[in-house]
Design a protein around this ligand. Structure first.
Ligand SMILES: Cc1cc2nc3c(=O)[nH]c(=O)nc-3n(C[C@H](O)[C@H](O)[C@H](O)COP(=O)(O)OP(=O)(O)OC[C@H]3O[C@@H](n4cnc5c(N)ncnc54)[C@H](O)[C@@H]3O)c2cc1C
Length: 469
């Protein structure tokens, strides 16, 4: 009998899981997506977050490259116009404790491009390098029993009768809006604990043409301050392919950015440093301002479910989503697929007893660090729903504030933060002896009063600025 895996969702989690499964000795790997997938780097309706800035952290990129070996994902993205940005030398970052310095050393990197380019590149790389079939279809439920999932139910286009598609293994990678808990309920499995921590973040984003002369201006970010007892307010100018800037403002409950163009600019100018507003004040907008409110942290503790069926794995946003301000979701999707790959390699067979449960547990472990990072900061914002700072959060907060302060003038402290931000290492890196020492010593160099611009960048900023500052 033919052996098949079915993956629901052709986002990064689904395509990377399909890549892993294509090497697992199955006859067929079928990826279902309810959306019409474009034949190029274009925005699509089923991915509303695609209009917003998406940073791909270095750790996530490395995982993606490992999952599709030989495809040269990084090289493809760069060839298509993505930017590789060094956190240490290529970024202007204003933290709540002050501006971070720029150092000569490249250090950890991240990749910036539109989400449309990233998804299309990953999809094409997986299609070319792995035996995977992508079909347009919406999954509406699971078949099988509480003991073993045997496939998915598929809605007929146009509303005809549903059909079934059998599978030895089903991977739900259907994203933030997953119906997996209702599907499990339909099989008689309930009792999964869900936690939501919602700071009420609203993201507002707009594309601009990079003004002539500003092509090499660094990625610029004014970070939110989780510790001031005020709503988050932040903004970022990020270079993307096609000589464009993707500009995103983000604000938590009570500090939301508006969707009207004048308000968007005013919002960026009113931040503790107006640099983002000054940069875009004379730039040519290419789109309207788009808003996203799908930003809460949601964790489905599937790994603790009292019973788990054979044949079902859940990855990516379907397992956990994070406040996007921390830029983690796509990397975590890659880590989850990597966890599935490890368990498949260990079991030697996609239908091995206990594999699904082990893969879900392993994927859940790969979520922990990102969850901690996002939730431990979000609980401090006024009006947050679903959490409040614990005693442990307050201790971690005091330490990370002090470390961020040290990072304004110390490479050792800054590089610890960058290693964790770029998801190259776990947050335990913050507690390595060199990082602790640098934190306790404080910044050896004085605080910068302004962004660390080169003379040429200062001239560019002045030339672009239409605010009369
Ligand atoms: C505003 C915003 C900004 C963000 N910024 C960042 C960032 O800077 N860095 C970062 O790493 N992450 C960021 N994220 C998070 C990132 O978007 C997600 O973590 C990522 O998309 C998760 O990938 P996924 O494959 O799990 O889900 P998705 O990318 O959402 O893909 C799910 C797929 O499943 C399909 N689907 C859904 N239901 C069905 C069904 N029933 N049947 C068939 N197909 C179905 C959808 O069409 C879609 O293609 C951001 C999110 C938001 C909202």
């Amino acid at each position: 009998m033919s052996r098949r895996a079915v993956v629901v969702g052709a986002g990064p989690a689904g395509m990377l899981a399909a890549a892993v499964l294509s090497g697992a000795g199955l006859d067929e790997v079928v990826v279902l997506d309810r959306d019409e997938l474009p034949e190029g780097p274009e925005h699509r309706r089923g991915l509303p977050q695609g209009r917003h800035a998406h940073l791909l952290m270095g750790g996530g990129l490395t995982a993606m490259e490992e999952l599709v070996p030989g495809a040269g994902l990084r090289a493809r993205l760069l060839a298509a116009g993505a930017h590789e940005v060094s956190l240490s030398s290529g970024t202007l970052a204003r933290t709540p404790e002050g501006w971070l310095r720029r150092w000569r050393r490249t250090g950890p990197v991240m990749l910036t491009c539109t989400r449309a380019l990233l998804d299309w590149t990953v999809r094409e790389a997986v299609r070319e390098h792995c035996r995977v079939e992508v079909r347009r279809a919406a999954a509406v439920g699971l078949t099988g029993s509480a003991a073993r999932v045997r496939g998915v139910r598929i809605a007929a286009p146009g509303g005809g009768p549903e059909t079934g598609l059998d599978a030895d293994l089903v991977v739900d990678a259907s994203g933030r809006g997953t119906r997996v808990l209702a599907w499990l309920d339909g099989l008689g499995l309930s009792g999964v604990r869900v936690r939501t921590v919602d700071a009420g973040l609203v993201n507002a984003s707009r594309l601009y043409r990079v003004p002539p002369g500003a092509e090499r201006f660094p990625l610029t970010v004014v970070h939110a301050d989780p510790y001031a007892g005020r709503p988050a307010r932040s903004a970022m100018v990020m270079p993307v392919e096609g000589d464009r800037w993707l500009v995103s403002c983000g604000g938590s409950r009570g500090g939301e950015p508006p969707a009207d163009p004048e308000g968007f600019l005013r919002y960026a100018l009113a931040l503790p440093d107006p640099i983002v507003g000054r940069l875009i004040s004379g730039a040519q907008p290419l789109t309207d301002v788009h808003l996203s409110r799908s930003t809460s942290n949601v964790r489905r503790y599937l790994e603790d479910a009292p019973r788990w069926p054979e044949g079902l794995v859940v990855l990516g946003d379907a397992l956990a989503t994070f406040n996007p301000a921390y830029g983690q979701g796509m990397s975590v999707a890659a880590f989850g697929a990597r966890a599935l790959g490890r368990e498949l390699a260990r079991a030697g067979d996609a239908a091995a007893p206990g594999l699904a449960r082990r893969a879900v547990r392993s994927a859940a472990r790969s979520v922990d660090a990102a969850w901690l990072t996002a939730v431990s900061q979000d609980v401090h914002y006024p009006g947050v729903r679903g959490g409040r700072p614990s005693a442990a959060d307050r201790v971690v907060t005091a330490y990370t504030r002090r470390m961020t302060r040290a990072a304004t003038g110390s490479y050792a402290a800054a590089s610890a933060l960058w290693d964790v931000t770029s998801m190259r290492t776990s947050p335990a890196r913050l507690f390595r002896p060199d990082a602790i020492l640098a934190t306790l010593a404080g910044p050896p160099l004085p605080l910068l009063a302004q962004a660390p611009l080169t003379p040429a960048e200062r001239r560019t900023l002045r030339d672009l600025d239409r605010t009369g500052r």
